[in-house]
Design a protein around this ligand. Structure first.
Ligand code: ATP
Length: 358
């Protein structure tokens, strides 16, 4: 649906997009995720046509859009600040983009009603826009974009002004809506959880470049750099030495885990020549109580910190054999006794949960 070929963008001397090459498929929910200033909004705006590019090619539906102005592109944008007209009613807002299409009153009313129903605002048409809640305004903004039947809906942090509860509700509704209308959604967000929850695929961006483009599970389980791993959730790191590498198998010695054999897909990143590390997510370690057996490997550890959350207890632990300066965090689910600081415990771990960065 959309293809970027080596896209660069300069603002004066500032190199905001540094060689973006990527393809966004028709009908997918795609997210651009990254910290503030990484260029995700700029990239979104190059699709919309609000921003020209300095070099490279942007294709929409196989067509180079360099010469196509924003209002002639099959895209529509929903902004963070809803940009609805407060002095108009909901239906006037939603129908705004169709006012010059020469539709009959009935046809326009039917299109508005259809769009309002899609976003869960059936029956709200006659309300004054200024009297709506934040979540309702965001729905009006969505309806106003959807009524134009774009092939691609561009969403620039559309939920960031909403409180946490409303945001979570709208996330679920946006997924449902995207499945229902089947058009391509491209979301800009700096919220990794939001991206994981909503997307078919995610491009993680840092400093004008795509660091990794993958589905949520791959990004979480097999991040291709420490930076991506750190940006998405929590990852523990232990220094490691690479002992040998052959036939898609990598022999590693990691402090705290000892010798392990990893498969090639457990080293998804390119070799950087830096210090090697193994990474693993906190929830891949489990405390073994009483006579519980590890399904894979086990090691001894000392509890160094305890934070009780009710449904979950977070621990910092020191694995035997690990450097004292390293901190390892893990989680233990509700229903288990909470261990005190200083407790010695057995911990289950699995070589399959490790990712090698080198
Ligand atoms: P945020 O989440 O803060 O919006 P972002 O990842 O969307 O961040 P962009 O808005 O794409 O980042 O901006 C990327 C970089 O380009 C930033 O350093 C920003 O200051 C710069 N930039 C963006 N627009 C302009 C402009 N019109 N003129 C000059 N510099 C700009």
């Amino acid at each position: 649906m959309i293809e970027f070929r080596d896209v660069h963008k300069y603002y004066g001397d500032y190199h905001a997009l540094r060689g973006i090459t990527a393809t966004i498929r028709a009908g997918e929910f795609f997210s651009l995720l990254g910290p503030s200033g990484c260029g995700k909004t700029t990239l979104l705006r190059t699709i919309a046509g609000f921003e020209g590019i300095s070099s490279g090619v942007v294709l929409i539906d196989g067509k180079d859009v360099a010469a196509v102005p924003a209002n002639k592109r099959p895209t529509n944008m929903v902004f963070q600040s809803y940009a609805i007209f407060p002095h108009l009613t909901v239906e006037q807002n939603v129908g705004f983009g169709l006012r010059r299409e020469g539709l009959s009153k009935e046809a326009l009313a039917a299109r508005v009603a259809e769009a309002l129903e899609m976003v869960g605002l059936k029956g709200y048409g006659a309300r004054a826009a200024h009297a709506l809640s934040g979540g309702q305004r965001q729905r009006v903004a969505l309806a106003r974009a959807l009524i134009l039947k774009p092939k691609v809906l561009l969403l620039d942090e559309p939920l960031s002004a909403l409180d946490k509860k409303m945001r979570e509700q709208m996330q679920v509704e946006l997924i449902r809506l995207q499945r229902q209308v089947g058009i391509t959604f491209i979301l800009v967000t700096h919220d990794q959880e939001e991206a994981l929850v909503m997307s078919d695929r995610i491009a993680v961006m840092f400093e004008g470049e795509i660091a990794q483009l993958a589905d949520p599970e791959t990004l979480y389980r097999r991040p291709n750099s420490k930076k991506v791993a750190d940006f998405i959730g929590t990852m523990n790191f232990l220094p490691a030495s690479i002992l040998s590498e052959s036939d898609g198998q990598i022999e590693v010695e990691a402090k705290g885990f000892g010798r392990v054999t990893l498969a090639a897909d457990q080293a998804p990143g390119a070799a950087t020549g830096g210090e090697a590390m193994v990474g693993f997510r906190p929830e891949t370690l489990t405390i073994l109580f009483d006579g519980q057996q590890a399904t894979d490997r086990e090691t001894m550890a000392t509890i160094e910190e305890v934070v009780y959350y009710g449904d979950m207890t977070y621990y910092d632990v020191k694995l035997d054999g690990m450097d004292s300066a390293t901190r390892i965090s893990m989680r233990n689910v509700f229903g288990r006794p909470v261990l005190d600081i200083g407790t010695r415990t057995r911990i289950a771990w699995s070589p399959g949960a490790l990712v090698l960065f080198r």
